[in-house]
Design a protein around this ligand. Sequence first.
Ligand code: CMP
Length: 143
Amino acid sequence: MSVEKTLSIIKPDAVGDNNVGKILQRFEDKNLEIVASKMIRLSKEKAEGFYSIHKDKPFFNSLVKFMTSGPVVVQVLKGDNAIMKNREIMGATNPAEANEGTIRKDFAKSIDENAVHGSDALETAKIEIEYFFENDEICERTK
Ligand code: CMP
């Protein structure tokens, strides 16, 4: 198993529902360390850039509108197998298909308002982390 970092976003629905703490707890409960975290409001340009891979999808405009509808909390999670582990903790993209006990099963309303985002691979994790965080904002544990 290798130690990885992954980008996680708590989306506007989950922030608005006051579920930030409960969601962060789930990461720590599975031995993922939060090595960077901040609450921000995405501009239209920042949201469009982040989701540029989806720019030709029919849901792109509504996705950007939703992601800019309220604050989000972005964090870097670190740990063994962090990318896949985070995806397991989140559950399926569509909460209707998410397993019991996952974040999306418990907190998401729909595929459009699905509580959290997580990187899907090593290369995208690196790009997504750099999209939101400078190197000196990532705080490796020293104790
Ligand atoms: P996320 O993991 O943040 O990546 C892209 C987002 O687009 C996804 O979560 C969903 O919230 C949203 N989305 C809306 N419709 C779809 C769809 N049909 N397939 C995949 N993602 C969708």
